[in-house]
Design a binder for this molecule. Structure first.
Ligand code: I6G
Length: 682
């Protein structure tokens, strides 16, 4: 007996919601993208045959096709308050003391707090009635926001229908909508390539994307949402602690930040602060501080509110990522592809925890767009490991003698002519590999952390190697010997030997790193990963046609053109072949482009592995790529679904979690033996 369409539709919706839960809430996807897409496709097809069965909570109904003419006001059921800020340890001490005094606790009592990152995004209120998302609103003035339901519905991390047990009659949830740093960078890169205005920071990008009148535009902007509290709960009792409230949110299908911890007393709070300050740059999203909330709800009630802020919570702010300074000069630097980039030389300023004295201005169009001049006061932004940017000129403070910069006509390094193609924003030095600046930059990129990751080969060393003409192309790095290196400035016997070892270790890499290291125009880390994953081997990438290249997610005509052109140029092929002949290797896999590729039975298919601690024979990246080539999924965190954890020296919380969950833990020797069994040696 065949299943009735209504039953299959219900089954598919449940399955999709279950997989959304694994993906968004547990950060542990249980299905390859293609299989998830197949479920969505089947649901869409069935719904198109039976439109009477479509409901607004169906996962197919996230994007509405009718643009609004304006956002309507949305009055909050419970006002959205703000938080008091702390900027120092002293401020934090004062906060804890006040809590303790008002709760009449002894001076020795350590209060339990939930500690959370404060995401730098857009606050959102989500109202659910009988489990269905009925309204989404921005914070506005805290009393009334804007109704942005159609746009919020397009965000995958926002459930349209709650899951799990004990769904409340009415529930209002607060969270923060953010744009991931990588999506923001990719968006701005595309905007600049099209001569469109980039966003100043991920927060503005999230705000701009959430305030689109056409939800189809929002849907394309990869927004994310993390929920952090309950504003209204009707039809059941409030959880007794904030920790339990967060657990309930997860059960109902909300993404809750995995960095949240329970801490005790001031010492626990400052340990978390130090820990997150280090983690900050490595997170996917911007955070501007931490929020500490008293865990017990009865204590929260006792403390209550003052002037629109709870007395039981505080935001401990991080150093700002934006600051004002002055442009002292504008210089022109030549990059690895010959692009001549104007760089603002700044009066040194402390931003986001470091002193910044240079900021990129990208190209002359960007200089015109910002209208930046030498002598101007500017706002600079530094986030993560991204090059500091000038985001805004304070034109009101412009001095009378502020000078407009001009693009030089000759390369400042090799004196070759600087050319700018018709319609292109970027000007280029025409010197090619005869330009020492281009050679240096290509090598710096080649050895960088996300490329071949050669530890100890810094910019100053590369400058010397190129200036002495010891290294003319990347393959020559692998022929360097310790006694010669020891002659260079700031190098001794020990450091030279260590460097030679690091260079030799880097010979074993991954295909994605290798492609990225080649420095193909507009092929960043994500595109390189996409190409490696899609084609599986360098030969396949080299032979791919323009059409095939464009089948890789996020590869458009321009990037495909750069890849194709790169592999057509004889000197590039010589560089690649020379690298392979000096022994650069990587594991190759079957292409995921092959429709049957994903169906193939690979030996570790379906197994999730976590690598933690340090490995000696190969980097974790390389080990991960080997495991993936055998079909395993390599995850970043340990869960019940993890099959094996491979732990090296220095393994910490992941090892502890594996042990507490009873997940099998192995050492590097075991991993090497496993790989050996499938013909992979270190
Ligand atoms: O603005 C906020 C950001 C993050 C918050 C907040 C938060 O918790 C992680 N929590 C509260 C209680 C309030 N504002 C009022």
């Amino acid at each position: 007996m065949s299943t009735a369409p209504s039953e299959r539709i219900a089954e598919l919706r449940d399955l999709i919601r279950k997989h959304d839960y694994h993906y968004y809430v547990e950060d542990d996807p249980q299905l390859p993208d293609q299989a998830y897409d197949a479920l969505m496709r089947e649901l869409r097809e069935l719904e198109s045959l039976h439109p009477e069965l479509i409901t607004s909570e169906s996962p197919t109904q996230r994007v509405s096709g009718t643009p609004l003419s304006a956002f309507s006001p949305a009055e909050h059921v419970v006002p959205m308050l703000s938080l008091d800020n702390a900027f120092s340890e002293d401020d934090m001490e004062g906060f804890v003391r006040r809590c303790r005094d008002r709760l009449k606790l002894p001076a020795t009592a350590d209060i339990e707090f939930m500690a959370e990152p404060k995401l730098d995004g857009i606050a959102i209120s989500l109202l659910y009635e009988n489990g269905k998302l009925s309204r989404a609103a921005t914070r506005g003035d805290g009393q009334t926001g804007e109704n942005i339901t159609a746009n919020a519905r397009t965000i995958g991390a926002i459930p349209l229908q709650l899951t799990g047990e004990g769904i409340p009659e009415r529930l209002e949830v607060r969270g923060e909508v953010v744009m991931a740093k990588a999506s923001f960078e990719a968006f701005n890169e595309r905007a600049r390539a099209k001569d469109e205005k980039p966003f100043v920071n991920p927060r503005n990008a999230a705000a701009g994307s959430l305030r689109q009148l056409d939800a189809r535009v929002t849907a394309k902007r990869s927004l994310d949402c993390y929920c952090y509290s309950i504003g209204l709960l009707e039809g059941q009792d409030w959880p007794e602690t904030h920790e339990e409230a967060l657990e309930a949110l997860k059960c109902w299908g909300f993404r809750v930040n995995p960095e949240i911890r329970k801490v005790s007393g001031l010492s626990g709070m400052s340990e978390y602060y130090e820990h997150m300050l280090i983690r900050r740059d490595g997170l996917d999203y911007d955070i501007d501080g931490l929020v500490f909330k008293i865990n017990r709800r009865d204590w929260q009630e006792t403390l209550g509110f003052v002037a629109r802020a709870p007395r039981w919570a505080i935001a401990h702010k991080f150093p700002a990522q934006e600051a004002l300074t002055v442009v002292e000069n504008i210089e022109f630097q030549v990059g690895r592809t010959g692009a001549v980039t104007p760089v603002a030389k700044l009066k040194p300023v402390f931003v986001g925890g470091v002193t910044v004295s240079n900021a990129t201005l990208h190209n002359m169009d960007e200089i015109d767009r910002l209208d930046v001049r030498i002598g101007d006061s500017v706002m600079v932004r530094r986030a993560g490991d991204v090059i500091p940017q000038v985001v805004k000129v304070i034109t009101e403070s412009r001095p009378a003698d502020a000078k407009k910069p001009e693009m030089p006509t000759q390369c400042p390094v090799c004196q070759a002519a600087i050319e700018r193609e018709e319609g292109q924003a970027v000007a280029r030095c025409s010197g090619g590999i005869s330009c020492a600046a281009q050679r240096k930059e290509a090598l710096k990129h080649f050895v960088s952390r996300k490329a071949m990751d050669i530890d100890g080969l810094g910019d100053k060393l590369i400058d010397q190697l190129v200036d002495r003409n010891w290294v003319k192309s990347p393959a020559e790095l692998f022929g360097l010997e310790a006694p010669a290196l020891a002659l260079l400035e700031r190098m001794g016997k020990k450091s030279s030997e260590k460097l030679v070892q690091a260079i030799q270790n880097a010979k074993t890499t991954t295909l994605a790193r290798f492609i990225y290291a080649l420095g193909i125009r507009e092929v960043g880390e994500a595109t390189a990963k996409g190409l490696a994953g899609y084609f599986g081997s360098l030969a396949a990438v080299r032979e791919a046609t323009l059409e095939q290249l464009q089948e890789v997610p996020d590869v458009g005509g321009v990037v495909a053109g750069h890849v194709e052109t790169f592999f057509k140029q004889v000197h590039n092929i010589e560089v690649v072949d020379a690298l392979i002949s000096v022994g650069v290797v990587w594991p190759e896999s079957s292409p995921s482009s092959d429709g049957e590729g994903t169906e193939q039975d690979l030996p570790l298919d379906g197994l999730t592995v976590v690598l933690t601690g340090s490995l000696e024979a190969m980097s974790r990246d390389v080990a991960g790529a080997h495991l993936e080539s055998l079909g395993a999924k390599v995850a970043g965190s340990v869960s019940k679904k993890t099959a094996w954890v491979v732990a090296g020296p220095g393994a910490g919380s992941k090892l502890a979690k594996a042990e507490s969950l009873g997940v099998d833990v192995y050492d590097e020797a075991w991993l090497l033996a496993l790989l050996e069994r499938y013909g992979i040696s270190a």
